[in-house]
Design a protein around this ligand. Structure first.
Ligand code: EIS
Length: 212
């Protein structure tokens, strides 16, 4: 994995405006976690997250000043969407991608937290339980029956904790103990960013709760 832990998520400023470019830079390291988790089984999931990041990136590059922060993207697109709704076509493209991305990121955060807390359940050292717990509190309520069954099947491909940490630490060029310490630190800003994005969706009314 290309050094996930080398790039921290940005510190959330007091005004809670998250800079799009810095946020995307940190996010770009995230999808490779799915390769460590289960290789090909997780390709669809990985591609979905990569697609979300790309949509937001494309939007940012259209006008790096207008879309300098995630907050601006949501506000600007909301105006466009209101117009688009009147014109009866889509809109809010990067907002939608960010809405799904934040759910995937929350899954990763919760998964890491369960991994650190060693929430294995009955199955000794299997990360399956960590994935199940993380899924329940991040994505499950937005997935219909079919997607839930697919995720359930994919979850069985989760590796053992020791194997995962071994591969993870090799990719990071750190020892397993060092990785565990860095992961604890890494999650702090990661979670702070995602929490702010969740608040942003709630306060702007941009959140949609439909299932896929
Ligand atoms: C969104 O996806 C897009 O992200 C968004 C836009 O296109 C929007 C339109 O409605 O849809 O349907 C996606 C959803 N994304 C919605 C689900 C994708 C994952 C499918 C799960 C399949 C599992 C693997 C199948 C393997 C089966 C074989 C198994 C044999 C053993 C450990 C479990 C993994 C948990 C999931 C981790 C988080 C991933 C994040 C998924 C997000 C999601 O739910 S837009 O795109 O706006 O950018 O255009």
């Amino acid at each position: 994995m290309p050094c996930l832990l080398a790039t921290n998520f940005p510190i959330v400023p007091d005004d809670k405006q998250i800079k799009t470019e810095e946020f995307l830079e940190a996010c770009s390291k995230i999808p490779s976690i799915f390769d460590l988790l289960g290789g090909k089984v997780f390709y669809p999931v990985k591609n979905d997250v990569v697609g979300n990041i790309k949509k937001i990136q494309d939007r940012f590059l259209q006008n790096p000043i207008k879309f300098a922060t995630l907050n601006q993207i949501i506000e600007e697109e909301k105006l466009e969407t209101d117009k688009a709704l009147k014109a009866k076509d889509g809109g809010g493209i990067a907002t939608n991608a960010l809405m799904w991305l934040k759910r995937g990121l929350l899954f990763i955060i919760l998964f890491m937290e369960h991994l650190l807390k060693k929430d294995y359940g009955e199955d000794m050292e299997s990360l399956k339980e960590c994935a199940k717990l993380a899924y329940k509190d991040s994505l499950q309520s937005y997935h219909g029956w079919i997607v839930q069954k697919l995720v359930q099947a994919a979850t069985s491909a989760c590796p053992y904790r020791s194997d995962f940490l071994k591969k993870f630490s090799e990719g990071e060029g750190l020892s397993v103990d060092e990785v565990l310490v860095r992961l604890e630190e890494y999650i702090v800003n990661f979670r702070a960013n995602v929490d702010v994005i969740y608040d942003l969706f709630e306060t702007t009314g941009a959140e949609k709760t439909h299932k896929v």
